[in-house]
Ligand binder design. Structure first.
Ligand code: AMP
Length: 303
């Protein structure tokens, strides 16, 4: 099953304690679709400006990403500037320039409208809803968001969430969205807003999934060197949704496996700036790290 994904395509400028990158390829849709492309085909919806190089589009196409839903508009591509301190779990946004996203009116190509798996990547929640409304009968709708929209577009976000099955969100943001300091209680509150499943990302500490009947927790892969956390959330979502749609069965067991594939993709992504690591990655390395994850969390019960 292919996935329909919408999100940002961006030029990112990033500073971490280990280095700097200026105007490199980024964006929620870019990270998501690259990670998901290891598992399935992706139909992308996004907008770029006149300054966006063709080589980045070619790269995604070579990875099996369908770009029929990409619009090239007059103006500049979305830009994001962020920094991280030694605590790499939280990005500080220094600048957000919506540019061509400010008046983007997404129109889905006809061949996208039958999508069963939909990922609403981090962009204006009003645009997320506009895309979703054009899908005829989706089976699984997943969504990501961030503090920028929780603060700036809360009402639109609450409206979009009514139609979402799975919300992927980081820990600080779930607290902010629910207005509740306890993570478990915050997750329960958000489940009442629409999404029956919540995946709370905790950076280097892993992820916790709240389904209607269970809670599942996975650690993050213990890496010796984390270079740049940008895109970890989106590559997590790409592995998660990519795997789920490839098995086309959102059972509890498949969702747990999907959490591990998400963690695997995020762990590779943070090893280099931009999409550097995913460009060199192959599926056997993905499977190998999945097996290592299994060993990491395996333990025997006692009577
Ligand atoms: P994450 O996976 O959460 O680290 O997301 C990183 C990506 O999100 C970066 O490549 C940014 O270009 C993109 N981004 C940051 N802020 C926004 C925003 N307000 N809307 C859409 N995309 C954003």
């Amino acid at each position: 099953m292919s996935i329909l994904a919408v999100g940002s395509m961006a030029f990112d400028s990033i500073e971490t304690p280990f280095g700097k990158a200026d105007e490199v390829l980024g964006g929620s849709a870019t990270y998501f679709s690259t990670a998901a492309s290891f598992f399935t085909a992706v139909n992308l919806v996004a907008v770029v400006g006149e300054d966006f190089p063709q080589e980045h589009i070619d790269f995604l196409q070579q990875r099996g990403v369908n770009m029929d839903g990409l619009t090239r508009s007059r103006g500049k591509t979305f830009r994001w500037k962020g920094s991280y301190s030694y605590d790499l779990n939280e990005a500080t946004t220094l600048d957000t320039q919506l540019n061509v996203f400010a008046d983007f009116d997404p129109q889905l190509p006809e061949n996208y409208r039958n999508a069963k798996y939909v990922f609403l990547g981090n962009i204006d929640p009003a645009l997320q809803l506009k895309v979703l409304q054009q899908v005829i009968r989706p089976k699984v709708v997943a969504c990501d968001t961030m503090n920028f929209w929780i603060e700036g577009k809360r009402e639109a976000l609450l409206e979009t969430l009514k139609y979402v099955d799975i919300l992927l969100i980081n820990e600080a943001e779930v607290r902010q969205l629910a207005n509740e300091p306890n993570m478990v209680r915050a997750a329960r509150k958000v489940q009442e807003m629409g999404p029956t499943t919540l995946v709370v990302k905790q950076g280097e500490y892993g992820a916790v999934m709240f389904t209607p009947n269970a809670v599942f927790a996975a650690p993050a892969y213990p890496l010796e060197a984390v270079f740049d956390p940008t895109g970890a959330g989106d590559s997590f979502a790409g592995g998660f949704m990519g795997y789920l749609s490839s098995v086309d069965n959102p059972s509890d067991e498949a969702m747990r496996q999907a959490i591990i594939f998400g963690s695997v993709m995020a762990s590779f992504n943070v090893e280099e700036f931009s999409l550097g690591r995913m460009r060199k990655l192959d599926i056997s390395q993905v499977r190998d790290r999945y097996r290592k994850f299994q060993l990491l969390t395996e333990f025997k019960g006692v009577d």
